[in-house]
Design a protein around this ligand. Structure first.
Ligand SMILES: NC(=O)c1ccc[n+]([C@@H]2O[C@H](COP(=O)([O-])OP(=O)(O)OC[C@H]3O[C@@H](n4cnc5c(N)ncnc54)[C@H](OP(=O)(O)O)[C@@H]3O)[C@@H](O)[C@H]2O)c1
Length: 301
């Protein structure tokens, strides 16, 4: 397929781009800068999701759109940052769908990223794709982002909204931020560590996205999380265990609040997510268990 990819220079986009290229898809990247991994023969078109109408001429004649672009969420949520987080996703997706509406020949499928932040902070409740939306800034952004993506259904596209959990990979994402204190033996749970963490190994984040892209019946919401989420305390123990370091120093939520402001709700909130759509569709996880996932990422190359 000829696939448009946004967010291609990011943590997830780099891995997705490589996987789709290996699978034989032809890639056309839309973004503020060409990713370093771009191959000869892949296309690149400049697009800033905050400011620009998406380039209609670039989208003409493509089969699929994989849309991952978005301002990083793991930063202090100042008013300006919130505007970028929201604008790059909501207005960016609107611009993309608007450009698709003006094409002579439209792509058949839009696979658009979302996040389990959609569900808000939900304690021990088991969350499937049918669960209701939660409260808070991220939940609002995710819901508006998904609404914009879903508008492509009216244009005849198959639309999949992929709610990623905490993606664990090499060279980036949440794990790269957690590793320094844990490697120094200063890691530990956040607060009492009772909040659920719904994680996914990068191999499955990419694998599930490819599965959704290439499965003609795959549409609607998908939770991209491993089938066995863990409590934060268990996550800390597993990470300390794999690194062979103590992980007994809890990070008090009020300190995180002082350092990160409202964004700390992302670290203290609880989401016990089940990837029901993927399991029903027969997606086979490479890493269903946390310890195996961490061992792969931290002890092998
Ligand atoms: N990683 C996770 O654990 C996780 C979890 C849940 C959801 N997600 C979602 O999955 C998507 C990809 O995540 P990621 O971890 O790969 O994020 P990332 O590493 O921060 O990458 C973000 C990508 O979006 C692009 N981007 C940002 N603002 C843009 C704009 N105004 N116009 C055009 N491109 C823009 C960036 O391009 P530049 O190179 O130009 O900055 C980069 O390629 C995001 O939407 C994220 O919210 C990720």
């Amino acid at each position: 397929m000829r696939v448009i990819l946004t967010g291609a220079s990011g943590f997830l986009g780099r891995a997705v781009g490589k996987r789709l290229a290996e699978a034989g898809h032809e890639l056309l990247v839309l973004g503020r800068r060409a990713p370093s991994w771009l191959r000869v023969g892949d296309g690149f078109h400049r697009w800033d999701a905050m400011d620009d109408a998406a380039p209609v001429e670039a989208l003409e004649g493509t089969d699929a759109v994989v849309h991952l672009a978005g301002e990083p969420v793991a930063q202090r949520w100042t008013q300006a940052a919130k505007q970028r987080i929201q604008g790059s996703r909501v207005e960016g997706t609107r611009a993309l769908v608007e450009a698709i509406s003006r094409l002579k020949a439209r792509p058949k499928v839009l696979v658009s990223a979302s996040a389990i932040g959609y569900y808000g902070d939900r304690g021990d409740e088991v969350l499937t794709e049918d669960s209701s939306r939660g409260d808070g800034f991220l939940a609002e952004v995710c819901a508006a982002w998904e609404r914009e993506a879903s508008k492509a259904e009216e244009l005849g596209l198959r639309v999949s909204r992929v709610r990623f959990g905490v993606v664990l990979g090499r060279d980036g994402g949440a794990l790269a931020k957690m590793l320094p204190p844990f490697r120094a033996g200063l890691g530990g749970p956040i607060g009492r560590g009772r909040q659920w963490m719904s994680w996914i190994h990068m191999a499955d984040a990419v694998g599930m996205l490819q599965f959704i892209l290439e499965t003609p019946e795959a549409k609607g919401a998908w939770n991209a999380t491993a089938p066995m989420p863990v409590r934060n305390a268990e996550f800390s123990r597993a990470l300390g265990g794999v690194l062979r370091r103590p992980a007994v120093f809890p990070a008090p939520p009020f300190v995180l609040g002082l350092v990160f402001g409202e964004m700390s709700t992302m670290l203290t909130g609880s989401q016990r997510v089940k990837p029901e759509a993927a399991l029903k569709a027969g997606y086979r996880f490479e890493y269903a268990e946390l310890e195996a996932a961490l061992k792969d990422l931290l002890t092998t190359r």
